[in-house]
Write a protein that binds this ligand. Structure first.
Ligand code: ATP
Ligand code: MG
Length: 507
């Protein structure tokens, strides 16, 4: 209630200021008392409110963040090098906001709306405050439709639904960004708008992402919002909020949106730096007390809206970097508790070349299963179980000299499941391809095939299904349930296709 009424006041304030020519009075002007790296203190500015935008006389923009009697803390959105004590600072008469709208598609901008690509200025567009209240519970619908990433291990075992918040976490260089990018690229032709917020990354890493998005034709439906590691911490801090406002605009139009925050660890660090310099008292790991709140109010804005509100959705994939696989550090645990599940990437699997390095045992999707297409559901339980059993047995089997037949079988099956879940980058699989391969796996058709030939068998199955059973493919795509007859037909086809491979001197 309080949140909604605060938001209403804030919106009323913003629109009142936008609709009237803002005329400055003495109360709206102040002087910089001190500049400490990414923050400044100003005196005067008696009429200012929190979150308002101010501009100093050297042109540096700032957001008012802390109000004390006679003083205002300002988060600087520029580097602040030329800003000095004694400079004048003025209210701009509006809360910090960002351009939103169709014209942003395909563009690369920063969190103030400044274009960073070579395509010139952005045509006149609507604007939206950086901080918008999250939709109320009554405005939301449960997650109902799947968001296909095209990555087998995720779509089958850790399915994501539209409107869900699924955390991707893991150590450095474990393939976190790759999963998010694959998911974005897979939205081509699916009418999903994608937003990629790059926070605190190296310039070369951002350039690589942009190159990949362009190369795979993802830019026309994607907006990239960037604040690099060399940018002001203030800019890094507001980037995910700006990106979310852009996504929210599309969601409110009834569109489906996928938003990636890469990554929130760096976001938290930027906020910690700002907070310490604003002299807020440090808490655990020196983060300020409201670090949980800054992330929860961000991620709460992703949801699936009620049909009479357009029925749009925003699916969030926040990324968090762990250190030495420590899932119980402060920021990872915070964000795990805010999201609806996590995809954990293990450096050990990565080192073994099991890519994507998803640790199935430590990953979970708490709501996506309900949105998963029917054809997957019967398969997944069995697959997860046999995989989990295998992981346990594999460790145990290293010490045992002789194994009974059943254990041996479970291990052999597990090896094949793991091999089938391996996937190169940008090789997304359609739902029917995934279902056919997994059905063959769980039915034991692949047990006879050598592990290193599994990929070949997968290709054969994929081709055969599309060629010979288009009606079953369509049924899977529609979300229909496969009956006993369909399964039999599918398995017969897989068996014939695999037999042909054998005959050709294959596996
Ligand atoms: P950082 O911590 O630096 O942000 P990250 O966890 O985001 O790293 P990525 O940059 O996504 O990791 O991936 C690291 C490397 O692993 C990249 O070179 C990427 O191409 C490679 N990689 C990731 N997933 C796969 C895959 N499924 N198949 C082959 N290579 C992969
Ligand atoms: Mg990365």
């Amino acid at each position: 209630m309080l949140k909604t009424s605060l938001a209403k006041t804030r919106n009323a304030f913003a629109s009142a200021l936008a609709s009237h020519e803002f005329s400055l009075t003495a109360e709206d002007v102040g002087r910089i008392i001190a500049v400490t790296g990414p923050v400044a203190m100003a005196s005067g500015l008696a009429g200012v409110t929190s979150e308002e935008l101010v501009r100093a006389e050297d042109g540096t923009l700032g957001i008012v963040a802390g109000l004390e009697p006679g003083k205002a803390g300002i988060i600087l959105l520029g580097s602040g090098y030329s800003l000095k004590a004694g400079h004048e600072v003025k209210r701009l008469g509006r809360v910090a906001d960002i351009v939103v709208g169709e014209a942003l598609l395909g563009r690369v901008i920063d969190a103030t709306g400044k274009p960073l690509d070579e395509r010139g200025s952005i045509p006149d567009q609507p604007r939206s405050p950086l901080e918008n209240p999250a939709p109320a519970i009554m405005e939301r619908l449960p997650v109902a439709a799947p968001l296909a990433t095209g990555i087998k291990v995720i779509d089958a075992l850790i399915p994501i639904g539209q409107g869900q918040r699924e955390l991707i976490l893991g150590d450095r260089q474990t393939g976190k960004t790759s999963i998010a990018l694959d998911a974005i690229v897979n939205q081509r032709d699916k009418n999903v708008i994608c937003i990629y917020a790059a926070i605190g990354q190296r310039e070369s890493a951002v350039a690589k992402v942009l190159h990949e998005l362009r190369e795979h034709g993802a830019m026309p439906y994607t907006v990239v919002v960037v604040a690099g590691g060399q940018d002001a911490p203030g800019l890094q801090y507001i980037t995910p909020y700006a990106a979310t406002s852009i996504g929210e605009y599309f969601m409110r139009q009834g569109r489906d949106v996928l938003i990636v925050y890469d990554d929130l660890t760096r976001h938290a660090r930027a906020y910690r730096e700002i907070s310490l310099l604003l002299e807020r008292s440090p808490g655990r790991e020196a983060y300020p007390g409201d670090i949980f709140y800054i992330h929860s109010r961000l991620l709460e804005r992703s949801t699936h809206l009620r049909l009479d509100l357009g029925g749009g959705s925003m699916t969030a994939l926040p990324i968090v970097e762990t250190e030495a696989q420590n899932l119980s550090a402060y920021i990872p645990t915070n964000i795990i508790s805010i999201t609806d599940g996590q995809i954990y990437l293990s450096p050990e699997l990565f080192a073994k070349g099991m890519l994507p390095a998803v640790d199935v045992g430590k990953s979970v999707s708490r709501v996506g299963g309900k949105a998963q297409k029917e054809a997957y559901r019967d398969l997944v339980g069995q697959l997860r179980l046999s995989y989990a059993q295998f992981e346990e047995l594999e460790t145990f089997a290293r010490f045992a000299t002789r194994l009974d037949d059943n254990t041996q079988k479970a291990i052999e099956r597990g090896k094949r499941v793991r091999e089938a879940l391996r996937q190169d980058r940008y090789s997304s699989l359609k739902e029917y391809e995934q279902v056919a391969v997994m059905l063959a796996l769980t039915a034991g058709l692949l047990d006879r095939i050598e592990v290193k030939k599994i990929k070949e068998a997968e290709m054969v199955i994929k081709e055969a299904v599309l060629r010979d059973l288009p009606h079953i493919c369509a049924k899977i795509h529609r979300g229909g349930k496969l009956d006993a007859h369909d399964r039999e037909t599918l398995l017969d086809l897989c068996e014939t296709a695999l037999a042909r491979l054998f005959a050709k001197g294959g596996p």
